[in-house]
Design a binder for this molecule. Structure first.
Ligand code: SF4
Ligand code: SF4
Length: 182
């Protein structure tokens, strides 16, 4: 009889504990609905912030094969060769080995014609390491560009809560004192 009473008490305690827990969860949910960030991926997904570094892409129609990106790449994963001179120069080979790329963005920063850029594409999978050696000459259709840097609000560019320092006032030139002999 004593064991039966304890069993029933445990069942009731368990039920009450779950009920209390769910009440707290329900109250938090109702009070902070705007904080709910879970989306039904992949049906719904969030828009990436403007500076998000997704899949790197080179628009070979614009690339002038200047080699700056290849020279600046710290892991040496870009290969470029080209033909022609000056602005008419074009790439005939442009590959990136994504086995090595670390999305540092240095190549994008040095590209003088902005043909190389980070897209917002992040749903990229490779089934074979050999597929990660991407030949951009095969991609004539460039994906949409992310927002240009000048469109990024300054506040966002340096962090949401960052204080943007005021420019220092220009100091006036120090006047030299006339020497007593003059
Ligand atoms: S993002 Fe960095 S590592 Fe990747 S290709 Fe560009 S420079 Fe190289
Ligand atoms: S820096 Fe830009 S233009 Fe120069 S080779 Fe690289 S992608 Fe082409």
């Amino acid at each position: 009889m004593h064991a039966m009473k304890r069993y029933i008490k445990d069942v009731v305690d368990g039920f009450v504990t779950v009920l209390v827990g769910m009440t707290v969860t329900g109250r938090e949910f109702m009070e902070h609905k705007e904080r709910v960030t879970t989306l039904e991926y992949p049906k719904h997904s969030k828009e990436m912030p403007p500076r998000f570094r997704g899949m790197l892409f080179n628009d070979v129609e614009k690339c002038i094969a200047c080699l700056l990106c290849a020279r600046d790449c710290p892991v040496d994963c870009i290969e470029v060769t080209g033909y022609g001179k000056g602005k008419a120069r074009r790439a005939d080979v442009f590959t990136i080995d994504f086995n090595k790329c670390m999305w540092c963005n240095l190549c994008v920063e040095v590209c003088p014609v902005e043909s190389l850029y980070m897209t917002h594409e992040y749903e990229v999978t490779f089934r074979d390491r050999r597929d990660m050696f991407v030949d951009f000459m095969l991609y004539k259709q460039a994906p949409p560009r992310p927002l240009a840097l000048e469109q990024v609000p300054e506040q966002q560019a340096v962090g949401k809560n960052a204080k943007i320092p005021e420019p220092e006032p220009e100091s006036e030139p120090v006047k030299e004192k006339p020497s007593p002999k003059e």
